[in-house]
Design a protein around this ligand. Structure first.
Ligand code: GDP
Length: 353
């Protein structure tokens, strides 16, 4: 799919993204986050162009695409030290020649209108570095919508040459599952003594973790070591995320930048093992298919609700379900039948035309 010649600003945007210009990248992400229908169409064209190029050769005037990206999900409760850690890790990786993008999935922004991740000035040093790109969390939309945009933002960052993509989220359950479904590796950050291990196990988050990091080990090293041992035991009782990887547990201090090299060694080991086994690529394929199916589900649901016949019958039928005069199954059947009838009538009209 080509971006039409008349839409030169989008063509320029694409060139800017491919050259790794941070302004162009930020603008492109704003376009994919937009809820305006006309923006959605332009955004899809932009993404389609980027994906097509990622799978073929790159034009002579563009920076070569780094297809060897690594997408890392990092989660933890507010205050655990995520931004301190990501800033320290980002600077460490940039010093080693990487380009680092940080994206946030912040469920609080859609649930409460406020933001846990976006409001304060975070990662100040990293944000001043040319080789880093930091995107605060999207400000509106349901979690599903926000994560769709984050998936697309990942693709845009990769097209702009960022080879390490960190997707950050806070610990509320639903957002971790969404982030794990769009990254190659999932890191859970915890505090020694916080007792949130049990919470994480209850919410099914622990099963997602490829690496568990206990931060703030500088405060109480003994407590950190104890937490690591307990977590290893807990994890040994869970099903591992992959048969090629045993989830690792470690402690570090983001503030003192102590343990970053050891952490990165774990990440590199993980990547090597997953790539050697073929699971790295298989996971991305699986994630892409799951994303497609999710998009189909949500588009169908939206189309269904927008059906004129459904839209007008929905309030009364919903009230009947609420007051118990109609069962949910019968109600769903009636609404689906209305949509089907409408669809068949419009098909017949098209055939006669
Ligand atoms: P976030 O909400 O998860 O992003 O957490 P922050 O990175 O904002 O950190 C919360 C507080 O913990 C800040 O005051 C940090 O300076 C502090 N902090 C972060 N990492 C460490 C650490 O390794 N050791 C200590 N002692 N404090 C830390």
């Amino acid at each position: 799919m080509q971006i039409e010649a008349e839409n030169t600003s989008d063509a320029q945007l694409l060139i800017g993204v491919r050259k790794g210009e941070r302004r162009a990248l930020a603008k492109a992400i704003t376009l994919v986050e937009s809820t305006l229908p006309e923006h959605a169409e332009r955004a899809q064209k932009l993404i389609a162009e980027i994906v097509a190029t990622a799978n073929s050769s790159v034009g002579a005037n563009d920076t070569p695409l780094k297809t060897e990206s690594l997408r890392i999900g990092i989660s933890g409760v507010p205050g655990v030290g995520k931004s301190t850690f990501i800033e320290a890790l980002g600077l460490y990786l940039i010093a080693a020649g990487h380009k680092v993008a940080v994206l946030a999935v912040d469920p609080s922004s859609s649930l409460t209108g406020g933001s846990i991740l976006g409001d304060k000035t975070r990662m100040e040093q990293l944000s001043l570095t040319d080789a880093a790109f930091i995107r605060p969390s999207p400000s509106s939309g349901a979690l599903g919508g926000v994560t769709d945009h984050t998936r697309e933002a990942i693709l845009l960052c990769e097209a702009a040459g960022y080879d390490i993509i960190i997707v950050e989220t806070v610990g509320v359950g639903q957002s971790e599952i969404a982030v794990a479904a769009m990254t190659d590796m999932f890191v859970l950050m915890q505090l020694p003594n916080a007792g949130d291990d049990l919470q994480a196990i209850k919410k099914g988050i622990m099963e997602l973790a490829d690496v568990v990091v206990f931060n703030k080990a500088d405060i109480d090293l003994i407590a950190a070591q104890r937490a690591v041992a307990q977590m290893r035991l807990a994890l040994s009782m869970l099903r591992p995320t992959s048969k090629f990887w045993t989830p690792q547990v470690m402690s570090l201090s983001a503030l003192k930048q102590d343990g970053l090299a050891e952490f990165w060694q774990q990440v590199s080991d993980f990547r090597l093992k997953m790539q050697a086994s073929g699971e790295f690529a298989a996971k991305r394929q699986h994630q892409a298919l799951a994303w497609m199916n999710q998009q189909i589900d949500s588009a169908l649901r939206q189309q269904f609700r927008q059906h004129p016949a459904v839209a007008s019958a929905l309030p009364a039928i919903s009230a009947d379900v609420e007051n118990g005069s109609m069962t949910p199954t019968v109600a769903a059947g009636q609404l689906l039948a209305l949509a089907k009838k409408d669809f068949e009538e419009s098909k017949q009209r098209k055939n006669h035309a």
